[in-house]
Design a binder for this molecule. Sequence first.
Ligand code: MN
Length: 214
Amino acid sequence: MPYIMPGMHRLPPLPYSYDALEPIIGEETLRIHHDKHHKSYVDGLNRAEMYLVEARKTNDLDYIKYWENELAFNGSGHILHSIYWTIMSPVGSGGQPRQRTVYHANQYFGSMDAMKEQFIEATEKVEGSGWGILTWQPTWGRMEILQCEKHQNLTQWSGIPILVCDVWEHAYYLDYQNKRSEYVNSWWQLINWNEVERRLAGAMNGQVPLIIEG
Ligand code: MN
């Protein structure tokens, strides 16, 4: 897989002309959406990454919350729009649902129709701005439909968690009360680096033997 240097994201070209999705999506919509909106996510993501390169050099992480939000907002915007362009095609050229899609939709949702119904309903009912998303959930080996409000809420969609630290109060309050910093710093000594390596390798192979239930 390619390694993208910080600050080096580029706006992918549309895989069809601006008027190719007419009459369902108009030329002007597509032009503004791709050239302005998507572009600003790419620029914002590059800016945030470059700021953080500097911040790590100078050990100045005072504005970390702001820049993490920028990473999430712009990173997710860039990723989701890149997917959105490619999962559409001119009317009549998209074909029928293929074998694997149908198999997994049947297995989990019961049928393609049930998947469609839930997807449309969930997408319609996203509160405010956001996305309807059909995901592959590698942890459980199945598809899922999720609503994504806005899209930043501090994730970059398509990322696979490698190392996680629970900072809900239930994770540390009895031991550290309100001293979350003490907890996180001490917690670092508990990390099982073999498991971190295994998860990273799995994620990179697309196999993701994530967790074992039961
Ligand atoms: Mn958009």
